[in-house]
Design a protein around this ligand. Structure first.
Ligand code: TMP
Length: 217
């Protein structure tokens, strides 16, 4: 049983890496639960829509926004993450509390102590053992978003993606600050690498940590 989360700016390649790692783990006969935040349960997905809808609704103030992320997290931990870990499965989660520190504290400006306290409350004792962080510049993130929008004209930017570049620069600083605080818990990847290199590096990191011992190769 292992709990991993994946962090990075939008367009950093988290989803592709998670899908690739899931396939690789399943090849090794490991049971894997892939999930995401905000969201991951029917109620939490409804909360996600409330948080991210681009227009047509009242925008949440910063305090409301963080409480919505935490409401989604509490439901998700209780209904999906804790039960999967209890069954011995591996959980690969696209974003978790480290996003709240980067977005709501570093970028939005909420107090770090308050953010930590709310994170610990919603996590109910569960924290990712390893945070895989795909580091990408804000310019590259924007370029990837634009390319996606060209390919899929129905896709519009969500409320957070619409924030100014300065906001996203602070998000990136927030991730890099957390890497410095707990270097052993974070695995940093250069998001400019190819998807296959990102996967290979992640698998070798898990192997270096001895996580495949007794599981087969
Ligand atoms: P996603 O698009 O990667 O699924 O994430 C949804 C957005 O929500 C993304 O812009 C990051 C943001 N977010 C926060 O601001 N705080 C959080 O706690 C989480 C989990 C995500």
């Amino acid at each position: 049983m292992r709990f991993l989360s994946f962090e990075g700016l939008d367009g950093s390649g988290k989803s592709t890496l998670i899908e690739g790692l899931k396939a690789e783990l399943e090849r090794r006969k490991i049971k894997v639960q892939v999930t995401r935040e905000p969201g991951g349960t029917p109620l939490a997905e409804e909360i996600r829509n409330l948080i991210l809808r681009p227009e047509g609704g009242e925008a949440p103030v910063a305090a409301t926004e963080i409480l919505l992320y935490q409401a989604s997290r509490a439901q998700h931990v209780a209904k999906v993450i804790a039960p999967a870990l209890a069954l011995g499965e591996w959980v690969l989660c696209d974003r978790f509390s480290e996003s709240t520190v980067a977005f709501q504290c570093f970028a939005r400006g909420l107090d770090r102590g308050e953010v930590n306290r709310l994170n610990r409350f919603a996590e109910q004792g569960l924290r990712p053992e390893l945070v895989v962080y795909l580091d990408l510049s804000v310019d590259a993130s924007r370029a990837r978003q634009n390319r996606r929008a060209e390919k899929d004209s129905a896709r519009s930017l969500d409320r957070i993606e619409k924030e100014a570049d300065a906001f996203h620069e602070r998000v990136r600083e927030g991730f890099l600050a957390q890497v410095k605080e707990e270097p052993e818990r974070w695995f940093v990847l250069d998001a400019d690498l190819s998807p296959s290199d990102l996967l290979a590096k992640t698998v070798s990191e898990l192997s270096r940590r001895g996580w495949f011992e007794g599981i087969g190769s």
